[in-house]
Design a protein around this ligand. Sequence first.
Ligand SMILES: [Zn+2]
Length: 140
Amino acid sequence: MTISKKCLSERIIAFESAVRAGQLKMTDQRRAVYRAVAAVETHPTAEAVWRAVRRRQPDVSFATVYRNLGQLRDLGLILELRPKDGQVRFDANCGTHGHLVNLKTGAIRDVPLIGRPPRPRGIRTADIRHTVVIFYVAGE
Ligand SMILES: [Zn+2]
């Protein structure tokens, strides 16, 4: 499932803003990797991102895509999720939200979260990340 053009546009603006702030060098491949994650709500695997990027850049290697995913994750521009053993999925929705994970199909959906977790003494709010994962089994 793809996201709205408005939401994708907002994500791309935030991404390009981070680039302009000097946090990382812009390359066509990095932009394509970010766009492949940001354009969908499916929380794609690295392989799914690679397939999406190869539609426009057929020569891009899996290693390049995977390295860029790691760099974007390290900069906080995407989230890395491990909803099940051995699975790694990526998410451009960096706002506070939880995940509904269908253990039967592997589908992941965002769910809104209200409020913030308690902040331990001496830790800045900006340094806290949390997620809630709700597992269920349904469908084919
Ligand atoms: Zn998400």
